[in-house]
Design a protein around this ligand. Structure first.
Ligand code: PMV
Length: 359
């Protein structure tokens, strides 16, 4: 079923050739999205921090063509080279969004993309990549039709979600909410909403240090992971717990209780991994180094009283979250105690960012 609100309006301008570039960041979920419906809506709401320096830069050159087919015509370059491995994902994305952006059929798209983070660092790039591409497409829609800024970003989030669920949360900076929840009047399963009011100043410029523990390709794609939730024996209780955690986290974000923040965020990360361990087939996505790092972070928190905690994506790398005023102590700790667990001692220092930028 098509969502009427997002079908592009009548074209009111003639554009033969134009190029747009956007850089869009990755994001890290605090309450995780894990499990989805066929229409790429989530089984439970999620909340994330939008990052700053871990980003994808994408330029799209749109050239008018005569296309009589119903397939969007494009070529794809990644880090300067023609790319075939991401092509299938983009083809699938285009085959769904063409109903919302039919004007794309009139153009040949040359898409050139690159990531700020090392190519095979094991950092999920689909959120930054899909949001950057969606913003370029929306820039063309804005050129061709009459839309305001609010709709521009809302539809960018809507189409990003179709490419990669978590990408919809990268469209806005700060802290983002995706999904619906009976406690809150805002929120949609179709796009994300920035949580702008009543956030404690303790979360301003919050830091995320990403420890690269595994550089390899993800052992299991997130699409497969989401699908495993359909038969996971704990799925219903998980969806309920995620909703409870959203209520708790919203209160924590307002109160600035960082001890509660650490407990909740770590529990979410471990629950995500326990779901992978209890799926059929099952997956252990942590490496021995992941566990060593987790234990050291907990020890450091206890000994130093610094509210530093970890979270994980569906992989072995560890995100370390901490308030900006403890940067020096935590970075020293990472250098001295944790970097030995990283591939070539690699880690990335990032922080909550202001969202995508047109360049
Ligand atoms: O957006 P996807 O389909 O790559 O799924 C992302 C899933 C997690 O990163 C594990 C959690 C999340 O909410 O981002």
């Amino acid at each position: 079923m098509l969502i009427q609100e997002f079908i592009s309006k009548e074209i009111s301008a003639e554009v033969n050739e134009v190029s747009f570039s956007w850089e869009s960041p990755s994001n890290i979920a605090l309450v995780k999205y894990w499990g989805k419906n066929l229409d790429q809506t989530p089984k439970n709401p999620s909340i994330s921090f939008t990052l700053s320096d871990c980003k994808t830069t994408t330029s799209v050159l749109f050239k008018k063509i005569k296309n009589t087919s119903k397939i969007i015509d494009f070529e794809l370059f990644f880090e300067g080279e023609r790319n075939i491995s991401f092509r299938t994902k983009i083809e699938k994305f285009f085959s769904t969004i063409v109903a919302y952006c039919p004007f794309l059929l009139n153009y040949h798209l040359t898409i050139s993309s690159s990531n700020s983070f090392p190519h095979s660092s094991g950092i999920a790039s689909s959120a930054s990549a899909m949001s950057a591409l969606s913003l370029c497409i929306m820039s063309l829609e804005k050129e061709l039709t009459l839309i305001d800024d609010e709709f521009f970003y809302k539809k960018a989030s809507f189409i990003s979600r179709i490419g990669s669920g978590s990408a919809c949360r990268s469209i806005y900076g700060g802290i983002n909410f995706w999904g619906t929840h009976s406690d809150f009047s805002f929120g949609s399963d179709l796009y994300s909403t920035q949580i702008s009011k009543s956030i404690s100043s303790k979360f301003h410029n919050y830091r995320d240090a990403i420890l690269i523990i595994d550089e390899g390709k993800k052992e299991v794609s997130s699409s497969v992971g989401h699908e495993l939730m359909n038969d996971n024996p704990f799925s219903q209780i998980r969806f309920k717990l995620a909703k409870n955690n959203i209520s708790k986290l919203m209160k924590i974000l307002e109160s600035g209780n960082l001890n509660e923040f650490c407990n909740l965020v770590e529990s979410e990360a471990l629950m995500l991994h326990s779901l992978m361990m209890s799926s059929t087939p099952s997956y252990v996505l942590m490496k021995p180094a992941t566990l060593s790092v987790i234990n050291l972070i907990r020890e450091f928190r206890k000994d130093s009283n610094i509210p530093v905690c970890f979270t994980l994506d569906a992989g072995a790398n560890v995100h370390i979250l901490f308030p900006e005023n403890f940067s020096q102590e935590v970075i020293n700790f990472i250098k001295k105690k944790l970097s030995v667990f990283c591939v070539k001692q690699k880690y990335i220092l990032d922080f909550i960012g202001t969202g995508p930028k047109q360049i």
